[in-house]
Design a protein around this ligand. Structure first.
Ligand code: MSP
Length: 533
């Protein structure tokens, strides 16, 4: 057992549970890619990881979509769920649980949780009057609506007037407790801008919100009053808890909460911040449960600078992208190009340029040309050196030795683009180092030791970069490691943890002398510019 396996560090994280009104879009793919990178990074460090994703299947929006297709809601959900599973497969996402809110055990969890909140006196019957956006599944204030009477996000859909009896959750009761909680745990809402948003919302005073609907069948009945259906958001948030049940567990809160609760990180988009940063902790407080550690609200993706949407006809289909480009290419672009937390743009020309510059040229060519030089100048064998024999002033050694720590800091702070920058600063330094030290001339001058020192330093830097990039581009990292003579697959977490300890692999200078290198093969083929560029 190595130090990785001996650890009992745990990390649980979630994506939102995606609505199944339609096949997955790039926004869902974005959050899920980020979650996968974090999960892989934690696993590399020997954490036991619980990575939860899934689908949110109840409510009016889904019921209407199914009706429009002439399908029973469950049949509709089952169909759409397969496209989520297939997308995650194509994107090389390794989740641990897929939580569906129509799963049987979920009903028991929702019922038990509802009862706990009820027993606290936090649920009461009242009249709900106001505008409802079915696409958001949320009541809106009149001042939040556009001139056309829609919400700000779903501008092609009018909000509907509702005047009905609903059960309400006493959110207002938790105003003070929430304020104290945010003050005690400033890290709870990230980034800072989202935290400020929540704090200013809190300042306006929290209103109780309705947690049941009438005239809606598609959902779980309120236990004490089956004429009411539990509000889709109340039900969906609890999907994070149900996900924690093991397959053979009896579906009780006690079982679900026994191993992984509280969740360390909820990843969400900025439009569902209020639900996760205000409603959810208040619901948990009411039920007497510990609160999650962090909610991170990321930005929105645009396409060619414009908001993506069906009405504009400029949605970006993740399936289409993955039919044309590899999973690693897609993952790399979104991780490296967008500052996590801010809005980000997709532009196909830029996509191709970045991938060609970073993955094909800077990284791929570097490995290829270095292995080519090893073939020529070292009779095919790798350099016979050890890291200790590398001069302390070697520029790659200088950058390489502190790199893992810098990358660790970036990744822990969820600054993914900066982590990529750090790693690529080493890669770029390698290319510069080769060009400036010209091993081909040194070889002619019969300076074999110098040639080998250069090649060793470069190969070791590429190895380290590939290891640190493995959560982002696991397939490319695998190919690089294999060409460097290691038998590894970065998608096989057990194998990696067994044979490649984080501590060893993150050290610059871990590369063995006389490595068992293979012949150079291109790892990333240069992409053609898009036809309409
Ligand atoms: N079902 C709820 C979540 C319940 S969690 C208990 C939901 N689903 S959703 O499918 O509509 O949205 C899922 C996620 O996609 C949200 O985090 C949302 O922010 C994100 N995105 C939707 N459009 C997006 C972009 N254009 N860009 C980035 N993310 C976007 O809300």
């Amino acid at each position: 057992m190595n130090e990785n396996q001996a650890s009992n560090k745990k990390f649980a994280l979630t994506t939102p549970l995606y609505y199944v009104n339609d096949v997955p879009h790039i926004g869902s793919a974005y959050t899920t890619m980020i979650a996968d990178v974090i999960a892989r990074w934690k696993r590399l460090q020997g954490y036991s990881v619980m990575f939860i994703t899934g689908t949110d299947e109840h409510g009016q929006k889904i019921q209407r979509t199914a009706e429009a297709k002439g399908l029973a809601p469950q049949e509709h959900c089952d169909q759409i769920v397969t496209s989520f599973e297939s997308l995650w497969d194509k994107l090389n996402i390794h989740y641990d649980r897929f939580s569906r809110t129509t799963a049987k055990p979920h009903q028991s969890i929702v019922k038990e949780f509802f009862q706990r909140v009820w027993d606290q006196g936090d649920i009461y019957l009242d009249q709900q009057i106001g505008w409802y956006c079915v696409a958001c599944e949320e009541f809106k204030e009149e001042r939040e609506l556009t001139e056309n009477g829609s919400c700000q996000i779903h501008t092609n859909l009018k909000a509907e007037w509702r005047d009905e009896e609903n059960y309400f959750f006493r959110l207002s009761k938790y105003q003070q407790k929430l304020a104290e909680f945010y003050a005690e745990k400033p890290e709870f809402i990230r980034p800072e801008s989202r935290r400020n948003e929540v704090l200013s919302f809190l300042k306006q005073g929290l209103q109780d919100f309705s947690i049941s609907r009438v005239n809606l069948d598609w959902g779980f009945p309120v236990p004490s009053d089956p004429n009411h259906t539990i509000y889709v958001w109340f039900d969906a948030l609890l999907g994070y808890i149900t996900a924690l049940l093991d397959p053979n567990d009896e579906p009780t809160l006690k079982n679900a909460l026994s191993r992984w609760w509280p969740i360390n990180l909820h990843l969400i988009g900025k439009d569902i911040l209020r639900f996760h940063a205000i409603y959810w902790p208040a619901m948990l407080m009411s039920a007497g449960l510990p609160l999650p550690e962090q909610v991170f609200g990321h930005g929105f993706l645009t396409k060619d600078g414009l908001k993506m949407g069906k009405s504009l006809g400029n949605t970006l289909d993740p399936f289409d992208l993955l039919n044309r480009y590899s999973a690693d290419a897609v993952r790399y672009y979104f991780i490296k190009e967008i500052e996590f937390g801010k809005d980000g743009d997709f532009n196909e020309t830029r996509f191709v340029n970045i991938l060609n510059a970073d993955l094909a040229n800077d990284l791929g060519n570097l490995l290829n040309r270095t292995l080519g030089m090893v073939q020529k100048y070292c009779k095919g064998k790798g350099p016979a050196l050890k890291a200790t024999e590398i001069d302390n002033n070697n520029p790659l050694k200088i950058i390489g030795e502190g790199l893992s720590e810098r990358v660790r800091e970036c990744l822990e702070a969820l600054k993914f683009n900066q982590a990529c920058e750090e790693i690529f600063s080493l890669i770029r330094a390698c290319n510069k180092f080769i060009d400036e030290s010209a091993p081909w001339s040194l070889y002619k001058e019969k300076k074999q030791a110098e040639v080998e020192e250069i090649l060793y330093a470069v190969l070791e830097s590429v190895r380290l970069a590939a290891y640190l990039l493995s959560p982002i581009i696991p397939n490319l990292s695998t190919r690089i490691y294999q060409q460097l003579g290691f038998s590894v697959d970065f998608n096989d977490f057990e194998l990696v943890n067994r044979n490649f300890s984080f501590k060893d692999q993150t050290k610059w200078g871990n590369f063995p002398g006389n490595p068992n290198l293979s012949k150079p093969e291109p790892i990333f083929t240069k992409l053609e510019p898009p036809s309409d560029a």
